[in-house]
Design a protein around this ligand. Structure first.
Ligand code: NAD
Length: 355
C-alpha cells in the first residue's frame, strides 16, 4: 500500500529515523516531527532535513500537523532504564502526557489509526516453566542470592530452578521500572481511546533493538551499545550475572519493517504484538559475537548485577507473523556481528531527560 499520509513522531530518534527511511522508500507521505530532546541529541541540536521540530505535548501544533493524516506512527518517548526516581516526571510528561495529548489531537481531527511503539518492558519478568512443563510465577530474586552468585529464577513453592518460556502477548503486564510504567500507561491510554472513539491501535512491543545509529553508552542506552563502548575504549565488554540471561535481539531495520506492516494492515480495536527475531540469544553470546567481530578483547563475566534486571525475557514472534505478516529478516548472529562496526549516534546527550 503506498501513498498513506503518516505522522511520524520521534522521527530524529534511533528507531524513528529508520522508520522514516523505510516509509519514504515505500512511497508513503511522511510528516516527520521530533522535539530533539537535549538528553537524546545534545544541546542546541538542529532539526535534520525533512524533520520539523515539534513537541507531542503541544496540542495546537499537533492538531495542525494532523490535517489529512491517515495514520500516526508514534515513536517519540524518553527511553531507557533511567537512573533514579528523579527521571519519573520526564517519563510521565513526554511519554504519557505526550501520548494523551496526541490522542486528543487525533480525536479533534478525526484521525482514527495509531501505531504505537511499545516495549517488552511492559511484561516485567519473563515467563517460566517447571520441570513438568507447568507455567509458574517465579519467586522474586533475593538480593542475598544475587550477591552469592545465584541468579536463576526459582519456583516459590518447591525452590526448583525454572526454565524460560516464550512470552505471548496475553501475558500479564507488570512494569518494574519508571520507564516500563510509562510504556504500560501509553498502551492503556491508547486502548481506552480506541474503545471511546472506535479507532484502531496497533501496539508493537519491541524487544532488544540494535543497529546503525543506536545511541552511545549512557544509563539510558541498550546493552549492545554498552558492549560496543567498552570495545571502542580497548576494554573487554563487562557481562553482568553469569552471562546466561536470555534475550531477543531484533535489528532496527526489522523494527522499521514491522511498523510498515502495521501501517499497511489496519486491525480493528486495540491489538499488541511482540516485535522480535524469534531467535533467543544469551547476553554472554552477544558480548562474545561483538568482541570477535570487532577484533577486541574477550568479554569478562563479572557476576555484577542490577536489582531491577529480569533473568530471562524472550518473546514469541508467532502473532505478529500471523496478523501482520511480519518476520524478522536479520538474524542475531549476523546482525550483531555487523553491529560491531556500525555507526553509532554521534550526539553526546546533554544530561538526564527534563520535563
Ligand atoms: N531502543 C530500544 O531498544 C527500544 C525497545 C523498546 C521500545 N522502544 C521504544 O521505541 C521508541 C523509539 O525509541 P528510540 O530507541 O528510537 O529512542 P530515541 O531516544 O533515539 O528516540 C526517541 C525520540 O523521541 C523524541 N522525543 C522525546 N520526547 C518527545 C516529545 N515530547 N515530543 C516530540 N519528540 C520527542 C526524542 O527527541 C528522540 O528523537 C520509543 O517509544 C521507545 O520507548 C525502544
Amino acid at each position: 500500500m503506498t501513498g498513506t499520509r503518516v505522522l511520524l513522531t520521534g522521527a530524529a530518534g534511533f528507531i524513528g529515523s529508520h522508520i522514516h527511511t523505510t516509509l519514504s522508500a515505500a512511497g508513503h507521505d511522511v510528516v516527520a516531527v521530533d522535539a530533539l530532546l537535549p538528553s537524546a541529541h545534545g544541546a542546541d541540536a538542529q532539526a535534520p532535513e525533512g524533520i520539523q521540530r515539534a513537541d507531542v505535548r503541544d496540542l495546537p501544533t499537533l492538531t495542525e500537523l494532523l490535517r489529512g493524516v491517515d495514520v500516526v506512527c508514534h515513536q517519540s518517548a524518553v527511553v531507557g532504564a533511567g537512573v533514579n526516581a528523579s527521571d519519573a516526571p520526564a517519563y510521565a510528561s513526554h511519554n504519557d502526557v505526550g501520548t494523551a495529548t496526541l490522542l486528543a489531537a487525533m480525536h479533534e481531527t478525526g484521525c482514527r489509526r495509531l501505531v504505537l511503539a511499545s516495549s517488552m518492558v511492559v511484561y516485567g519478568d519473563g515467563r517460566y516453566r517447571n520441570a513438568v512443563g507447568e507455567i509458574v510465577e517465579p519467586a522474586a530474586r533475593r538480593s542475598d542470592d544475587l550477591a552469592a552468585g545465584i541468579f536463576d529464577t526459582t519456583d516459590p513453592t518447591t525452590g526448583e530452578t525454572l526454565d524460560w518460556e516464550l512470552v505471548e502477548e496475553d501475558s500479564p503486564l507488570r512494569p518494574r521500572s519508571l520507564y516500563a510504567a510509562s510504556k504500560v500507561a501509553q498502551e492503556n491510554y491508547a486502548h481506552a481511546w480506541s474503545l471511546a472513539t472506535g479507532g484502531c491501535v496497533t501496539a508493537l512491543r519491541y524487544h532488544n533493538v540494535y543497529g546503525d545509529h543506536m545511541p552511545r553508552n549512557t544509563p539510558y542506552s541498550g546493552v549492545a551499545a554498552m558492549f560496543r563502548s567498552f570495545l571502542e575504549a580497548g576494554e573487554p565488554p563487562r557481562v553482568f550475572e553469569d552471562g546466561l540471561q536470555m534475550r531477543d535481539f531484533v535489528h532496527v531495520r526489522d523494527v522499521a519493517s514491522a511498523n510498515m506492516a502495521a501501517i499497511d494492515a489496519p486491525i480493528p480495536g486495540f491489538s499488541a504484538f511482540n516485535v522480535c527475531s524469534g531467535q533467543p540469544i544469551t547476553i554472554g553470546e552477544v558480548a562474545v559475537t561483538l568482541a570477535r567481530a570487532y577484533g577486541g578483547p574477550a568479554p569478562v563475566v563479572t557476576g555484577e548485577y542490577r536489582p531491577g534486571d529480569v533473568r530471562h525475557i524472550v518473546a514469541s514472534p508467532r502473532l505478529a507473523g500471523e496478523k501482520l505478516g511480519f518476520r524478522a529478516q536479520i538474524l542475531p548472529e549476523a546482525g550483531i556481528a555487523a553491529f560491531a562496526h556500525a555507526p553509532l549516534r554521534s550526539a553526546a546527550p546533554a544530561g538526564p531527560p527534563r520535563v
